[in-house]
Design a binder for this molecule. Structure first.
Ligand code: ADP
Ligand code: MG
Length: 725
């Protein structure tokens, strides 16, 4: 299966997106297709042995639109393309305006004022015709495209509505003197719709600003050392292993590891953390970040599409293109709405003319108003624009949300489960106590422990090895990690075991546990060290909680979530640490493979988020409704999480959930406003108030309202940008 992204041009409304989507889905070999109206992209997953990307493009063209393979590297060209489309829309609008203004003056203003204009009907005919067929051509084309696909779209409504007004007037003028004419209405309507489209396209462009900013971060060039000389090369020529030189104030080109120099680096564009981060030899740097005060030499480790920045950009692009489940509602409505509206307009015409005895022109003009006011274009914008702004806002705060579904689910969460080590705690434990048993010495216990732990990658092992720095370690063989319990290896003739009480019980090693409880109650993790069948001592380790953990837990609770902590550590230690973070619910002594089970158990009662670093909790992250991966952009985290937090700060978990709630609120507001226009507008347009008050909804007002409704929906989504999360 292959994945491709197509840039589509010529879409005017959500129903256009639906038409393209349907054509793509029907194509043999296409497994998945998702057409996003808000960013004019189609994401297609297809079987390349059955269908080619060129055929996909042809499919889109057959549906009546244009497509090209979207090359994410060529952001500049795409932007150019977008600007061209925008300018063209504006040109159409201006063209319409030049004719619509005199038409408005002659057909409406002078009429009301009672100022007679000689040959006014003929002048209006001359003014309306170019607008109807030049500017309005795209509506006919769109209507035709949807007709061929056996549906109707917004273009259909405008084409039918304005044609009714126009051709009726032509008939009235040339074949049946004395009847009223409505040339100005069709000209003004088309111009208003173009204005709406122009404003909408402009606002829509703003919804993708966050990603454009990210795309502009990577510098074009980099200075590398080759043959002992510094040379300036294009960024795509940098190779893994090249030593890259960055001077103060320059942008770092690719990901790498510092080999020389000290400096601080502004990583805010990637992590959302505004404080610069100190860098010295051995630290990682990321492409797109800014070197502040010192010169750095770093060895390139990831280039091109593999850099953290490229991965973020791809993740965000894909996420912005996905649909939230709530959008299905809008899609279904849009699909049935247009045909229903056309039916209603016809019924309205028949009712006024035959039942209530209205004139043809009255019946017709109310029907035109219905066609125009009922256009569901704002509804199609309600979800995708909010998702784009929401996901973009997350990204600029170091919160990567993988798609509309994650964004929607996050606001329904009931439970949130935190992994302890590295998530609630700093994940850098320190040895606090080494207590030898019997006649053993501190040194002996520590040496044995560190000799074994040298081979382990666990953070507990690091702490022990660090503590033993300076001691002469002995050779250990047959190292084995026993997940959730501890480690073992052979030193000399003896098997050495290092781990928790469960491990000791398993190996039938007797341990005096009297001193352990009080250590554990302080939140320390206690590990026994045994040589053969004898316990020789214990090592206690403390991993402090992150400063922000208690506040984050409190915030999450006030957001209505029930907070849990899960850990492989024992009950007492776990409880002590949980208490410091303000967490009451604890799952302790959980083997790594059982973490997912607890998540599934909670899922029976509501939606669950699991927060971890993806290291030994990837299955639990995957099992949860929302996996939130923390870990400063490690690959594991980026691949497993539905939400990825670039900064190692628990407060971002609360921020992510607040962002989800805000975005969903926006979507619902948008849908409400989009529907209100339609639902209230239709009966008024049908003339329901006319018999009582004489009020009619002029098609011109209906057109203005329609244009405004789209613009107001997009603007409402954009307001999300300014909100604090
Ligand atoms: P967590 O859920 O906190 O990440 P783990 O499942 O990795 O914890 O480990 C659970 C327990 O197993 C630890 O608290 C420790 O007692 C023991 N353990 C695991 N790995 C080691 C190790 N390398 N050395 C000593 N003890 C270990
Ligand atoms: Mg862990």
């Amino acid at each position: 299966m292959e994945k491709t992204e197509l840039k589509i041009t010529g879409m005017h409304c959500a129903s256009c997106a639906a038409i393209i989507d349907r054509s793509l889905r029907k194509t043999l070999g296409v497994a998945q297709s998702n057409v996003n109206y808000a960013n004019a992209n189609a994401y297609v997953v297809f079987d390349s042995s059955k269908v080619s990307a060129t055929e996909l493009i042809r499919t889109v063209e057959k549906a009546g639109y244009k497509a090209q393979i979207s090359d994410s590297a060529d952001a500049g060209k795409q932007e150019e393309e977008q600007r061209k489309e925008l300018n063209q829309t504006f040109a159409y609008f201006l063209f319409g305006l030049v004719f619509a203004i005199p038409a408005f003056l002659i057909g409406m203003v002078f009429m009301w004022l009672g100022i007679p204009v000689p040959y006014s009907s003929y002048i209006l005919f001359l003014l309306a015709t170019p607008v109807q067929f030049y500017v309005g051509w795209q509506f006919y084309r769109g209507a035709w495209a949807s007709l061929r696909n056996k549906t109707a779209s917004m273009d259909t409504l405008i084409a039918v509505g304005t044609s009714a007004a126009y051709f009726y007037s032509v008939y009235a003028l040339f074949f049946s003197n004395g009847m009223e004419q409505y040339f100005e209405i069709s000209a003004i309507l088309i111009t208003l719709v173009m204005m709406g489209r122009y404003l909408e396209a402009r606002a829509k462009g703003k919804t993708s600003e966050a990603i454009k900013k990210l795309m502009g971060l990577a510098p074009k060039n980099a200075t590398v050392i080759r043959g002992k000389k510094e040379i300036l090369i294009a960024i795509d020529e940098v190779l893994v292993g090249d030593v890259v030189v960055v001077k103060p104030g320059e942008r770092i080109a690719v990901d790498g590891t510092v080999v020389e120099g000290i400096s601080s680096v502004d990583e805010s564009m990637i992590t959302g953390e505004s404080m610069p981060v100190d860098k010295k030899k051995g630290d990682n740097v990321y492409g797109g970040t800014i070197n502040k005060n010192g010169s750095l030499h770093f060895s390139a480790t990831k280039i091109g599409a593999n850099t953290t920045l490229s991965k973020i950009i791809n993740l965000i692009k894909e996420a912005q293109g996905t649909k939230a489940p709530i959008q299905r509602f809008a899609d279904v409505i849009s699909a049935y709405f247009v045909p229903i509206v056309i039916g209603l307009a016809v019924l309205n015409f028949l009712a006024w003319y035959f039942v209530f005895g209205g004139t043809v022109s009255f019946a017709m003009i109310t029907s035109v108003a219905i066609l125009v006011i009922a256009c569901p274009c704002a509804l199609g914008l309600a979800t995708p624009t909010a998702i784009m702004v929401g996901v973009g806002k997350g990204a600029s705060n170091g919160i990567l949300i993988r798609g509309g579904e994650a964004l929607e689910t996050a606001h329904k969460l009931k439970f949130i489960v935190f992994d302890k080590t590295g998530t609630i705690t700093k994940g850098v434990p320190e040895v606090t106590d080494v207590i030898p048993f019997g006649r053993n010495s501190v040194e002996k216990v520590l040496t044995a422990a560190a000799s074994v732990e040298k081979s382990s990658e666990h953070s507990l092992a690091d702490a022990i090895v660090r503590k033993a720095l300076g001691l002469k370690l002995t050779k250990a063989v047959n190292f084995k990690a026993i997940p959730g319990l501890g480690v073992t290896a052979k030193i000399g003739k003896e098997n050495v075991y290092l781990g928790n009480m469960k491990l000791m019980a398993d190996k039938q090693i007797k341990v005096d546990s009297s001193g352990i409880h009080s250590l554990e109650e302080q939140g320390k993790t206690v590990m026994m060290v045994a040589s053969g069948k004898n316990a020789i001592g214990l090592i206690a380790v403390a991993d402090e909680i992150k400063e922000s953990s208690p506040r984050a837990v409190a915030e999450l609770r006030s957001l209505g979530l029930e907070v849990y902590m899960i850990t492989g550590d024992n009950e007492r230690t776990a409880k002590a640490i949980a208490a410091k973070a303000g967490i009451r619910n604890v799952f302790a002594s959980v083997l790594p493979e059982d973490k997912a089970k607890h998540v599934k158990e909670l899922q029976k009662k509501g939606k669950v988020a699991m927060v971890g670093d993806g290291i030994n909790d990837a299955p639990a992250l995957a099992a949860a409704d929302i996996g939130i991966a923390m870990g400063s952009g490690t690959d594991v985290a980026m691949e497993t999480g539905n939400i990825v937090l670039m900064k190692n700060d628990l407060l971002d978990v609360a921020r992510a959930i607040r962002l989800s709630k805000m975005t969903m609120a926006k979507i619902k507001q948008n849908m409400f406003w989009a529907m209100v226009y339609n639902v209230l507008g239709i009966p008024i347009a049908a003339g329901i108030l006319y018999p009582f008050t004489g009020w009619l909804l002029s098609p011109v007002i209906a057109g203005g309202a329609m244009a405004l409704s789209s613009v107001s929906v997009v603007t409402n989504s954009l307001l999300l940008k300014g909100k604090r999360i």
